[in-house]
Design a protein around this ligand. Structure first.
Ligand code: 5GP
Length: 189
């Protein structure tokens, strides 16, 4: 995905050596045909896996998750984020720290949209420490569904999230990997 690298360098802003602002690439404005290209790539990578649902988390995963689900011809489920733990019994709820907001949120998925018969592809925009992904993985485990793998647009490989998930034997495919944001510069793997 050379075009994605080009746009990250052109439109992204390095906030510090941990965080990259990508508001005009992924997080606040998106280019629909370009997001569709990402969806096509994830669909190509996982086409043979008999995926039945794509799962993502609001809000920035939704565009790429939608594109991937459209290409695979399956529904998209997006986990909701809430600030307080719900007392509802009809949801899977997991508490996760938010990397960018510095708060803890609960992620919720209704039991009506995920079940033991599902083969799930998990999609997200960026992986840092992996808390959001691990929360979604726990939701999948509790639902009895099968996690087929992850599709991540940008993996920051200097943070441990993707590596630790791969070490657990889970397939993680990322479109680009950033190995450093030091000195205000994006370095790709
Ligand atoms: P994690 O849970 O893996 O630590 O963080 C993942 C979530 O935090 C992603 O859903 C993503 O939206 C957000 N995030 C993590 N790192 C960055 C970053 O460098 N820039 C932006 N814009 N979002 C990030």
């Amino acid at each position: 995905m050379e075009e994605l690298k080009r746009r990250i360098v052109r439109d992204g802003t390095v906030i510090n050596n941990q965080v990259l602002n990508l508001d005009t690439v992924l997080n606040h404005q998106v280019d629909p045909p370009f997001i569709m290209e990402m969806g096509k790539e994830f669909a190509r990578l996982y086409r043979e896996e008999s995926i039945t649902k794509v799962l993502t988390i609001e809000s920035s995963g939704i565009t790429v998750g939608f594109a991937t689900a459209l290409e695979l011809g399956v529904p998209l489920v997006f986990a909701r984020r809430k600030k307080t733990l719900t007392t509802e019994t009809e949801v899977y709820a997991e508490r996760v720290p938010s990397f960018t907001k510095g708060i803890v949120t609960d992620i919720l998925v209704s039991k009506s949209v995920l079940g033991a018969e599902d083969r799930v592809l998990l999609i997200d925009d960026i992986i840092a420490n992996g808390d959001a992904a691990r929360g979604l993985i726990r939701v999948i485990e509790r639902s009895g569904a099968t996690l087929v793998g992850l599709g991540i647009v940008i993996e920051k490989s200097f943070q441990a999230g993707a590596r630790t998930i791969r070490e657990n034997g889970i397939r993680v495919e990322s479109l680009v990997r950033i190995r450093s944001l030091d000195q205000g510069e994006v370095q790709f793997d």
